[in-house]
Ligand binder design. Structure first.
Ligand SMILES: Nc1ncnc2c1ncn2[C@@H]1O[C@H](COP(=O)(O)OP(=O)(O)OP(=O)(O)O)[C@@H](O)[C@H]1O
Ligand SMILES: [Mg+2]
Length: 282
């Protein structure tokens, strides 16, 4: 995909949906004077309508950064802007209508005691006072969008497979028609055979709803199939950022090269073939 320019094809600048401006997050360390810096002066933009993959080894700061971009964690320094306005000036409900999370583990993220009708409609009920009919029709609309039978509205989370639960989590994230999804490893708790189905679902929902995605991932399929740009994190910093094609085929940073070579051969033609082979077996 070539959706990586900061300008629209008309030449007009693209709208910035979500932006981290020199964001740092420190955590205190027991018994030590100096805190640990999990995210170090990171600046990152997500343009409206684009899909940006955030990759990097375990502990590099991806979840910490994405939680700050969701307003779930305050930066120690720097700020996060949502459509040009400081995230801390939005009320919780205002923010919930613009940006929603999808977490890695659909087993932990759904209330086990609630029927799916209530699970999916929770953000809608929290943000307005919809009628019963309105709730029912919105839940059914979302079940259709995520390809689940309407009868699932009466089920409990434990009656679903992992992939079905992740579909429910995505339906819940979309019920308030947000503009941005921040997904933290949305496929990695799932069986390999199910990962590609969730990948396909995210792909079609992006087109249907005109969504922007910030996706933390270790899945090369998510990067190559679902993303326009990729940002690479290392020790709390963004060390490389560019279009998926340029970063995958010609990584400029040694760490990126190593990271990719863990899953891909380095030669670009081989890499392309490996990506396609990997996707076809997902
Ligand atoms: N609440 C916290 N208190 C102290 N340290 C933390 C806290 N949250 C994260 N960290 C530390 O910050 C660093 C970055 O963690 P983070 O969860 O952002 O990494 P990650 O890139 O998402 O890793 P993974 O790929 O394993 O999910 C780690 O060293 C982690 O131990
Ligand atoms: Mg993480």
């Amino acid at each position: 995909m070539s959706n990586s320019s900061p300008f629209k094809s008309s030449g007009a600048p693209r709208t910035i949906a979500l932006e981290a401006a020199a964001v740092t997050r420190e955590f205190p360390v027991k018994g030590k004077k100096l805190p640990f810096t999990a995210v170090d002066t990171v600046s990152l933009r997500l343009y409206e309508g684009e899909s940006l993959a955030l990759v990097g080894e375990s502990g590099s700061g991806k979840t910490t950064l994405s939680r700050m971009m969701l307003g779930l964690l305050a930066p120690t320094r720097g700020d996060v802007q949502v459509f040009g306005r400081d995230i801390s000036t939005y009320s919780r409900l205002e923010l919930a209508r613009i940006v929603q999370p999808v977490f890695q583990d659909p087993y932990a993220s759904l209330n086990p005691r609630k029927r799916l009708h209530d699970v999916i409609s929770m953000p809608l009920r929290a943000s307005s006072s919809p009628s019963r009919d309105e709730i029912r029709s919105r839940v059914e609309e979302l079940l259709r969008h995520v390809d689940l039978p309407l009868s699932f509205a009466e089920r409990f989370p434990h009656e679903l497979s992992g992939g079905q639960r992740q579909r429910v989590a995505i339906a819940r994230a979309l019920i308030n028609r947000p503009k941005i999804l921040v997904c933290d490893e949305p496929t990695s708790a799932l069986d390999v055979s199910v990962q590609s189905q969730i990948l396909d679902l995210l792909k079609s929902l992006r087109a249907e709803f005109g969504l922007s995605y910030l996706i933390v991932t270790h899945n090369i399929g998510v990067v190559s199939e679902l993303s326009d740009r990729v940002a690479v994190m290392y020790h709390g910093k963004i060390v490389e950022e560019g279009s998926v094609d340029s970063v995958l085929s010609d990584p400029s940073n040694d760490y990126t090269r190593q990271l990719l070579s863990a899953v891909l051969p380095i030669d670009p033609d081989q890499a392309r073939a490996a990506i396609e082979a990997a996707i076809s077996t997902l």
